[in-house]
Design a protein around this ligand. Structure first.
Ligand SMILES: NC(=O)C1=CN([C@@H]2O[C@H](COP(=O)(O)OP(=O)(O)OC[C@H]3O[C@@H](n4cnc5c(N)ncnc54)[C@H](O)[C@@H]3O)[C@@H](O)[C@H]2O)C=CC1
Ligand SMILES: O=C(O)C(=O)COP(=O)(O)O
Length: 528
């Protein structure tokens, strides 16, 4: 598989990817070139420079995953990716400190006029009076967006003896208390702060959230910082407010269009403003961090594993992931087994969880069942992103049940399916870290779900198993393991043969026609 790493990703992550994949590295990738070469790639890594538009995605014939080496995914058309089953991941932890420290650097640089003082010194000037600044101590800092970076800025501001007022509609009192900040409304923050810094994503709600109307409500002498996304603070209004002295100073790292000079930007001409060229994440440490994190995510996803930082599927916390991760392959294989038994189209799937596993969110495991169930019957690859949508599209009703009680096993997953009017069921558990199928329909079994299995309900009488073995052997199919499942029903057993070779359709029909054999179904776990 081929990975395209655009936008100057640190070599540390590239080295990891190169162990498994062919990697093409591009420091600069013009939009036309991206459009031209994307059909060839299975994975794409970007920072903020490359725009992964709907057009790029439409041309991406093989693309399975887009990795953002950083936080903001506003340069990726996520709905278009999701519709095509392309996973989008980011790597949010790696650059938090870098962006946090850059915000502090910008606040200090702006308060003490460092950039202009430095510039004029180099011109031979000595302007001590002109560049008198203001202190941070005792001032109120309004933090809008109290996520990873906002919290880090608040913590550091408190070390400077600032009072922090925070606005974030999605943070609760408890978290605010733990952070030591005062939660306030948006209006309270903008009306009472001496400094205001924004740290949220650019969305339709946050675009232009701070415009002239809000600036006019702010304290005289207010200073604004934007190290999040261009446009959260309206650029034209900020330039005007700086000119009119409504805002005393500003420090800006991000722009609605980057580089801002290309399309023109009023901030470039505005007074009392400190500008940096989107440097928030640009530290050696952060670039190694995001590159390694995104590479690990790409490797996991291309190996069919879920990625905790996927932004276009339901988020799974690391705690929940720890509990459910060992069951993911089993869940997928249970789905694959049950579809292998089906003679008609799947109408409904009910996944029942028993035991300790019921204590966590099992949504991803149900998705794994669906993924396993659809993969053998779909031409295109089914993954954790597109599986729920594909099931819905095909009219498959999916439900989940939980029952803490579990009689024979610590944890149990049961997949009940109605297919072509017929009820089918398989059940699995983990023995240590090993997945096992412990029931197929009414038959108790103990099957390691790997390679290929041939499932034959048959009459329990001498010689029946032997005839199957002889027929397969005679056709060059090696049997590496065998299980005979029993049921309460007299005279009927279930033979499950693990085979090393594929069984062609014609041979499968011959097995089915053998005396004493009721049916023969092949489940190929290599296809699941
Ligand atoms: N300048 C740079 O180089 C960098 C910029 N960033 C940008 O910084 C921003 C924050 O990043 P993180 O802290 O890592 O993200 P995060 O996801 O941890 O935090 C975002 C916070 O914004 C809050 N939020 C969402 N909508 C809001 C609204 N309408 N009003 C107030 N708060 C709202 C969320 O509840 C969340 O707490 C992102 O836009 C990211 O792209 C991140 C890294 C580097
Ligand atoms: O991570 C983010 O959201 C950033 O803004 C960093 O952008 P960059 O990777 O430096 O282009």
């Amino acid at each position: 598989m081929k990975v395209l790493a655009a936008d100057g990703i640190s070599p540390k992550g590239i080295e990891l990817l190169q162990k498994d994949f062919e990697v093409v590295v591009k420091d600069k990738l013009p939009a036309e070139e991206l459009l031209e070469i994307i059909p060839d790639f299975d994975a794409l890594i970007v920072r903020s420079a490359s725009k992964v538009t709907a057009e790029v995605i439409a041309r991406a014939e093989k693309l399975k995953i887009i990795g953002r080496a950083g936080v903001g995914v506003d340069n990726i058309d996520i709905p278009a990716a999701t519709a095509k089953g392309i996973i989008v991941i980011n790597s949010p932890g790696g650059n938090t400190i870098a962006a946090t420290e850059h915000t502090m650097a910008m606040m200090l640089a702006m308060s003490r006029n460092i950039p202009i003082a430095n510039e004029t010194m180099h011109k031979g000037e000595w302007n001590r009076k002109k560049y008198v600044g203001v202190e941070l101590r005792g001032k109120t800092l309004g933090v809008i967006g109290m996520g990873r970076i906002g919290s880090g800025v608040a913590k550091r501001a408190m070390a400077f003896d600032m009072n922090v007022l925070a606005y974030d509609p999605y943070i609760n009192e408890e978290r605010a208390k733990a952070l030591g900040v005062k939660i306030a409304t948006f209006d309270e923050v903008i009306e009472n702060s001496d400094f205001i810094t924004v740290h949220m994503p650019l969305t339709k709600d946050t675009k232009g959230m701070i415009a002239m109307e809000q600036m006019k409500k702010m304290k005289p002498g207010v200073r604004l910082v934007n190290c999040a996304r261009g446009g959260i603070i309206d650029e034209a209004d900020l330039a005007e407010a700086l000119k009119q002295g409504i805002v005393a100073a500003a420090a800006i790292d991000v722009y609605t269009s980057e580089p801002p000079a290309e399309k023109g930007n009023p901030l470039l001409e505005a007074p009392n403003i400190v500008l940096t060229p989107h440097l928030g994440a640009s530290t050696v440490e952060a670039q190694i961090g995001v590159s390694v994190d995104v590479a690990k995510g790409i490797i996991a996803a291309l190996h069919g594993e879920p990625v905790a930082t996927a932004v276009n599927m339901a988020p799974v916390s690391p705690q929940v992931m720890r509990v459910i991760a060992p069951y993911l392959t089993l869940a997928e294989r249970l789905g694959g087994t049950v579809v292998g038994l089906a003679d008609g189209p799947i109408e409904s799937v009910e996944v029942t969880y028993n035991g300790e596993i019921t204590e966590v969110n099992t949504g991803l495991l149900t998705t794994a069942v669906i993924k396993g169930l659809l993969n053998p019957v779909m031409e295109n690859e089914v993954n954790y992103v597109n599986a729920p949508g594909l099931a819905k599209e095909r009219g498959i009703k999916v439900s989940e049940r939980k029952d803490r009680a579990s009689e024979d096993f610590a944890n149990l997953i049961t997949v009940d399916v109605v297919a072509g009017g017929q009820k089918l069921s398989v059940q699995g558990t983990l023995f240590g870290t090993q997945g096992r199928i412990v029931r197929i329909n009414d038959f108790r079994v103990d099957v390691d779900p790997h390679a290929r299995i041939l499932i034959c309900p048959h009459i329990n009488r001498p010689g029946v198993i032997g005839t199957v073995g002889t027929l397969l052997g005679g056709n060059g199919v090696n049997i590496s393991a065998m299980q005979v499942g029993t049921t309460e029903e007299e005279g009927k057993n279930l033979m499950v043969l693990t085979v090393d070779n594929d069984i062609p359709a014609a041979l499968l029909e011959t097995v089915k026609a053998l005396d004493g054999i009721f049916d023969a179904k092949l489940v190929n776990f290599y296809e699941i």
